[in-house]
Design a protein around this ligand. Structure first.
Ligand code: AMP
Ligand code: ZN
Length: 109
């Protein structure tokens, strides 16, 4: 279906940092910061525009997973940024919803 579905289905490789029934997390292949992890729902949701009320708990769990990974990567005190790019102007290139966890340096805009 898409490259992230292939990673979820273990058809493409990734260093899996976290996985449960609903989501998976792995390092970004082209990191923008010393810590750059993608948290991805296993459900193929194209973007935030396609989110439904039934996805509310899933999104909450993705943020809590990001918080856990931030602590594991020791950036919880120095700080981090959570980003969901959505659509053309945001620069979204993969059309499968993903939460970026960025940190480990002072982040610019
Ligand atoms: P976005 O611009 O929000 O769609 O971000 C997509 C991100 O996915 C980019 O930061 C890419 O570097 C990253 N990416 C693309 N393919 C892979 C892959 N196979 N494994 C890990 N990260 C990837
Ligand atoms: Zn997908």
């Amino acid at each position: 279906m898409c490259i992230f579905c292939d990673i979820i289905n273990k058809k493409s490789p990734a260093k899996i940092l976290y996985e449960d029934d609903e989501m998976i997390a792995f390092p970004d292949i082209n990191p923008s910061a010393p810590v750059h992890i993608l948290i991805i729902p296993k459900k193929h949701i194209k973007s935030a525009n396609e989110l439904k009320a039934e996805d509310q708990a899933l999104l909450g769990k993705m943020v809590l997973t990001a918080k856990k990974l931030a602590k594991e990567n020791k950036i919880d005190q120095s700080g981090y940024r959570l980003v969901i790019n959505t659509g053309k102007d945001s620069g979204q290139i993969i059309e499968h919803l993903h939460l970026h966890l960025l940190g480990g340096k002072k982040l610019g805009f």
